[in-house]
Design a protein around this ligand. Structure first.
Ligand code: G3H
Length: 255
């Protein structure tokens, strides 16, 4: 903490918290786009926040992505044997198995000697499939856990990067470009004013579910995500804690 004060990060954290109007901000030095080390630091700080917040036997829902993967890697020893339950906040996206919400829940449960559930659905489904999926009893069970979780740990994506990861059709890609989407979270796309410009049909955590979740930890950093973070934070629940890096923080404060 002394180091933080020397580097001015503490005051940056306060400034950013005030600007975004959320519960708190944690800032790590550097730019996650440029160094894997910074992403690891984001993960460590995210994991530290979780260990401060979480109580034994609580349920934590987790999105996927490379940033949240670094949280899984960094979960500290003191979370062990707390009988935590990790549930995936979304279905599968893209080809990378190691960054799926399902995979991260398994890693987190292993690290903490806790439990986890899996959600075997694609992240994006057609309207017709959506209804049959949510009527399936094992999927329903996971969805109920997600919606009643005590903590959410989630990433924030750059809109176009996430749309590509989802193999979005050209038709929908054009909508995103036309509407100038900059941010993505939980399958929702937002423009820079935080206006929802598109929403994919997903089975998993929905924005409205966040209203009932006591603790929310959002983790995202890097120059490439500054716009996305700023936009999403316009509609983020006030109880959100943001873990980000210096490069993103400075850009958010600039505009
Ligand atoms: O929902 C947002 C994305 O999961 C962010 O993914 O951490 O790999 O950039 P990322």
């Amino acid at each position: 903490h002394i180091m933080k004060e020397f580097s001015g990060i503490s005051s940056l954290e306060m400034e950013l918290t005030n600007k975004l109007g959320i519960k708190g901000c944690i800032i790590v030095p550097g730019n996650a786009d440029e160094s894997e080390w910074v992403k690891s630091e984001l993960g460590k700080m995210g994991a530290e926040q979780l260990s401060k917040i979480v109580q034994p036997k609580q349920t934590i829902s987790v999105t996927g992505g490379t940033t949240i993967a670094s949280v899984a890697e960094a979960l500290p020893e003191n979370l062990k044997n707390k009988e935590l339950l990790f549930v995936p906040a979304r279905g599968g996206i893209g080809a990378d198995l190691q960054y799926q919400a399902n995979s991260l829940c398994q890693i987190m449960a292993k690290k903490t000697a806790g439990d986890y559930m899996v959600l075997y659905v694609p992240d994006q489904v057609t309207k017709e499939l959506y209804h049959s999926f949510i009527n399936d009893s094992s999927i329903r069970e996971v969805l109920l856990k997600i919606k009643s979780s005590d903590v959410v740990i989630h990433g924030i994506g750059d809109a176009i990067t996430m749309a590509k990861r989802r193999n979005t059709s050209q038709f929908e890609m054009d909508i995103l470009l036309e509407q100038q989407a900059v941010a993505e979270a939980f399958g929702y796309y937002f423009d820079e004013n935080g206006k929802e410009v598109n929403k994919v049909n997903t089975i998993g955590l929905q924005l409205e579910d966040l209203q009932h979740i006591p603790h929310i930890i959002a983790i995202a950093g890097g120059v490439s995500k500054a716009k996305a973070i700023k936009a999403y934070m316009k509609i983020a629940p006030k109880n959100t804690i943001l873990v980000t890096d210096e490069s993103a923080a400075k850009l958010i404060l600039k505009g």
